[in-house]
Design a protein around this ligand. Structure first.
Ligand code: ZN
Ligand code: ZN
Length: 358
């Protein structure tokens, strides 16, 4: 072997330049440098109940393809000087727990191009996520009681109210406590038991914004944990069972809600000209006599100063009714039947938009 004095040579085998890295020839550096370190087996955990995946101690909802990307990112170690790194992945499902990941990696180290092929086995273990653990233990923090004032709501109406919870859940950030422990109809309403007070309150605000009415909160102490009281929240939401234009029996008279206010409604009295603001609380004693959809708009066949006659749309019999205080001779009459008696209604702005009956 002829080595020129003072000349550069491979520190390992004495070969002549070109040399790379810590003064090694290409064959020597290739023997020593590994582009990536890949473990043979990598474990991961999937919740056996709901299917979400644990990534670095956090339970997350991710697609299968993303699981492999996550595992590679966490477990495949590239050489610290690697540049221009490329990675190709193919997977093969071996069993419902085992998946082979075939990696094709390329990159440069010390100016030399490397390509390597590796195989990893991803091994899934069953676990139970925090949410499912709590759910299984019937854990709950809050109960939301859906109720109504003014009239009983139909099953469809409760279904619609309940559906807004799904919407609220969709719009909120993922949280392991955002789950429903139990739910179902109860006498006079519907109850939903939730894992999170925050979720209950957010939904409550949503209901008020969407349907009016009000929410009342109460707390009970369920016990003590680590020296702190554990409280449970009961959130009672009362949806008004009435709408603008309905006829309500309230304070011994008939009224129609004319418009909503921030705290309730402007009520317009039927038997004489009178308007008053009422809060949701005031209106808790109100009962719906007829809804707008039960009212009819009829032509008056005869009329004098106080009484008009029309054909009862259900029997086609001539029927008389006391005319409303604001009656105009040329206007049709809006009538509604309450406990067998016809009542003519004064005019509200909402009547103009309600074309259905005329
Ligand atoms: Zn060498
Ligand atoms: Zn789970």
């Amino acid at each position: 072997m002829s080595t020129k004095l003072g000349g550069e040579f491979c520190l390992v085998c004495g070969a002549e330049p070109p040399l790379y890295g810590d003064r090694m020839c290409e064959p020597c550096i290739r023997k020593r440098v590994k582009l990536v370190e890949v473990p043979e087996n990598i474990p991961w955990i999937r919740c056996a109940r709901c299917g979400i995946v644990e990534i670095q101690g956090k339970w997350v909802q991710i697609e299968e393809k993303e699981i492999w990307d996550e595992l590679i990112q966490r477990h495949v170690q590239f050489h610290k000087d690697a540049e221009n790194v490329g990675l190709g992945l193919e997977t093969r499902t071996v069993s419902d727990r085992h998946t082979m990941l075939y990696l094709q990696v390329s990159g440069t180290v010390e100016g030399l191009a490397f390509t390597e092929e590796h195989t990893m086995r991803a091994r899934m273990a069953n676990g139970v996520c925090l949410t499912c653990t709590r759910r299984a233990g019937n854990y709950f923090e809050a109960t939301v009681q859906l109720r109504s004032t003014g009239r009983k709501l139909s099953e469809d109406e409760y279904t619609a109210l309940r559906a807004t919870l799904d919407k609220v859940l969709e719009d909120m950030a993922d949280d392991p406590m955002f789950f429903i422990t139990s739910e179902g109809p109860v006498t006079g309403g519907y109850d939903i038991v939730l894992g999170s007070k925050g979720l209950a309150r957010t939904w409550g605000r949503h209901l008020v914004k969407e349907y009016g009415g009000q929410v009342a909160e109460s707390n009970t102490i369920a016990g003590r944990k680590d020296g702190v009281d554990v409280t449970r929240l009961t959130l009672l939401y009362r949806k008004p069972g009435y709408d603008i234009g309905d006829v309500l029996r309230w304070r011994d008279n008939f009224w129609r809600p004319a418009s909503w206010t921030k705290e309730g409604a402007i009520m317009s009295r039927i038997d004489r000209q009178e308007r008053t603001g009422a809060s949701w609380r005031d209106l808790e004693s109100a009962n719906v006599a007829t809804q707008m959809k039960d009212q009819a708009v009829v032509d008056l066949i005869t009329q004098d100063a106080s009484v008009g006659e029309f054909l009862d749309p259900s029997t086609w019999q001539m029927t008389s009714v006391r005319l409303p205080w604001d009656h105009e001779k040329k206007r049709q009459a809006r009538v509604t039947r309450i406990e067998g008696e016809w009542l003519a209604l004064h005019h509200l702005g909402c009547d103009d938009e309600d074309g259905a009956q005329s």
